[in-house]
Design a protein around this ligand. Structure first.
Ligand code: SIN
Length: 314
């Protein structure tokens, strides 16, 4: 099931997408859809502060170990009807995490997905790849990916996207996960979540820049652009070869229009912005879209569709 967005730009689930006010600001911006912070079964405070360094030295990007702070799915179910009044798709990002209810992860995904569909969400983005929880992300285990997708795709009718981790260090796993996805009716994969297990050091204080998980967190922003492009391209080529109608949404390293163009050429049909949105707020969508349109015009194209996957070999 395809999701068409205009413009083909959304926020990446995470920055500025937790509260109703933040989501309303996305709704009022030029973004093509509203993507919520990943909601869990129970509300979560997230990891201890400091847990986000928005600007790494040299503007390499951002580093976080937020730990999925969010209001819990019941609150987001209340927001959805109000957000839909803005006339753009509302995409509910869903994750599992340890919870007082002690529900196993598969049941958490199932319960949240069914409730969120009832609340009127236009699509669900299954976040299987948060790098900042104690457990290894579901995205790293094909059997668990299969179990979540079986539970959710059998239960809901709205389009489903899957947010994946980078597999650049584990090529065999890429193949297993990509093949697993073929067995399900999925609208898109969003790739990549932040690059896990990364570290930065503040030279003024000689401390790690974030506290949780021994200072290790997920890296986003310009430093991960080549990794994201590679993942987008691998999935795009794989799905083309298999004649699978699964779109690829590119996430990672987009801070200029040219970065988004690279994502489209690699095979993304939609781009999501995380660090750029963290840095610049809702005006980032308009600015990016204007830049993308200018690039298209200057290079003789009239739409993003014309360049999706059109990178040339040398
Ligand atoms: C977090 O809340 O820890 C970040 C979410 C994610 O990267 O999936």
């Amino acid at each position: 099931m395809e999701i068409k967005l205009h413009p083909p730009i959304t926020n990446a689930s995470g920055p500025h997408s937790v509260t109703y006010e933040e989501l309303e600001r996305i709704a009022q911006s030029a973004a093509g859809a509203i993507v919520t912070k990943s909601m869990t079964h129970c509300p979560r405070q997230g990891n201890p502060e400091p847990r986000l360094r928005a600007h790494l030295d040299g503007e390499l990007g951002s580093l976080n170990s937020m730990g999925l702070p969010n209001l819990g799915y019941l609150e987001y179910a209340k927001f959805i009807p109000k957000l839909k009044e803005f006339g753009k798709p509302v995409i509910a990002s869903i994750a599992s995490a340890p919870c007082a209810h002690k529900l196993p992860p598969i049941e958490q995904y199932y319960e949240i997905a069914t409730a969120i569909e009832r609340a009127g969400a236009d699509a669900i983005e299954l976040n299987l790849s948060c790098p900042n929880l104690e457990d290894i992300p579901i995205a790293m285990d094909p059997q668990s990916v299969r179990a979540v997708l079986t539970a959710v795709t059998n239960a809901v009718k709205i389009p489903i996207g899957v947010k994946l981790a980078p597999y650049n260090n584990v090529p065999k796993l890429f193949d297993q996960i990509a093949r697993t996805l073929l067995d399900f009716d999925i609208a898109y994969v969003a790739t990549i979540n932040s690059e896990p297990l990364t570290l930065d050091i503040d030279l003024k204080t000689r401390t790690k820049v974030i506290r949780p998980n021994d200072g290790f967190g997920g890296l986003g922003g310009p430093a991960v652009l080549p990794i994201a492009l590679a993942e987008v391209h691998r999935f795009y080529k794989f799905f083309q070869k298999q004649k699978a109608r699964i779109a690829v949404w590119g996430v990672g390293g987009i801070i200029r229009a040219e970065d988004a163009i690279k994502h489209f050429l690699a095979g993304a049909s939609v781009v999501q912005i995380g660090t750029l949105f963290l840095w610049d707020g809702p005006q980032a969508f308009e600015k990016l879209w204007v830049g993308i349109q200018r690039w298209l015009q200057e290079n003789g194209f009239s739409s993003v569709e014309e360049i999706v996957g059109q990178v040339r070999e040398i």
